[in-house]
Write a protein that binds this ligand. Structure first.
Ligand code: UT7
Length: 325
């Protein structure tokens, strides 16, 4: 059986760091409020001329270097972003060009907001399993600061910028069991009836402006806790596994309280949860690959570990992926 294995991962964070105290100088908030309600202490913000494709390319190039590969070894780029460089072309084709793929393969963007990386991973996994792609770059990259209303304290304190990339490679030696390395299963969901709870109040076909993010935080929080709790159970059951079998929960990093609730549902102690929200804030589609790379680089996640990733975002969209690293 063929499975898609993660053979490399890398990330990129912009240089500039904004603390909660910095934000308290701009809007009516405090470090304590932000830290207590979300777990966030600081976030990285892109430089003025730094684009989503710049950050995605840096992460992709680092992932290629780590794997000893070049752009010519990649068949497809799946880039999850809510903050494309332009309305079109897809930011993924800019990355394809910048990493030297030339006309090799194909590249496209995936838009599922904070669930984007899970959606991109699921899409890439299916292309690999159907033997249309042997090696794929899956990237989550966001310049979310571009969408923020810096006078709205209910949203501007929550988000940050960054990018993370993984390389998937086909492995035809898999046995089709939960002991295999690679992506064991992915689970995607959406419910468009809730699209008004978390959205951007602009767009090419409506206001012809980029717009700003608007959120009913309490409702989103409520749904996030419920849906993430459901989808992690779905992923475990699909593989005949229990919470105790998971070595690492690598969740979307929106709010520490939501992450704690999911970990509790799984019966996982805090030391088995990868938490980066403190330093990254919510980087939307970039948050899971950023967290994954953090724990791989610091030696926590090792080959053979079972990882559960999950996310929930605007739409609503939500999903999970179970991966043996
Ligand atoms: O990534 C996609 C998924 N996104 C999420 O998962 C985000 C989900 N939502 C959340 O994380 C939380 O709802 C927030 C962190 C956004 C808000 O926390 P909360 O505990 O739900 O607070 P709240 O919205 O109920 O607001 C409580 C109070 C309000 O004041 P009143 O009405 O009680 O007087 C807000 O006006 O806190 C006020 N408030 C703030 N105060 C200081 C809201 N934002 C701020 C702020 N600083 N930045």
């Amino acid at each position: 059986m063929r499975r898609a294995r993660i053979i490399s991962c890398a990330s990129y964070l912009p240089e500039s760091v904004i603390t909660n105290d910095d934000l308290a100088k701009r809007v009516d908030t405090t470090h304590d409020w932000i830290e207590q309600r979300t777990g966030i202490k600081s976030r990285h913000i892109a430089a003025k001329d730094e684009t989503t494709s710049d950050m995605a390319t840096r992460a992709a190039q680092r992932a290629l270097e780590k794997a000893g590969l070049t752009g010519q070894d990649i068949d497809a780029v799946f880039l999850a972003t809510t903050t494309p460089d332009q309305t079109f072309p897809a930011t993924a084709v800019t990355v394809q060009d910048k990493i030297g793929m030339g006309d090799k393969g194909f590249a496209f963007d995936i838009q599922a907001v904070c669930s984007g990386f899970i959606y991109a991973l699921a899409t890439a996994d299916n292309f690999v399993k159907s033997r249309q792609v042997s090696r794929a770059l899956v990237i989550g990259a966001e310049r979310f600061s571009s969408l923020l209303d810096w006078n709205d304290r209910t949203t501007c304190v929550l988000f940050g910028d960054g990018a993370g990339a993984v390389i998937l490679e086909a492995d035809d030696s898999a046995q089709g069991t939960k002991e295999d390395s690679g992506i064991l299963s992915t689970h995607l969901h959406s419910e468009g009836a809730h699209r008004g709870q978390l959205y951007v109040d602009g767009g090419p076909a409506t206001t012809q402006t980029t717009g700003h993010v608007r959120m009913n935080g309490r409702e989103v929080f409520r749904h996030a806790v419920t849906r993430m709790g459901e989808v992690v159970v779905e992923a475990l059951q699909a593989n005949g596994l229990e919470g105790k079998d998971i070595q690492w929960l690598v969740p979307h990093q929106a709010n520490k309280r939501i992450i704690d609730a999911t970990a509790q549902k799984l019966g996982l102690p805090p030391e088995r949860v990868v938490l980066t929200v403190e330093k990254h804030g919510n980087t939307s589609a970039a948050s899971i690959p950023l967290a994954l790379c953090t724990a791989v680089e610091d030696g926590r996640i090792r080959s053979g570990d079972l990882i559960l990733m999950e996310a929930m975002g605007g739409g609503f969209t939500w999903g999970a992926a179970l991966v043996r690293y």
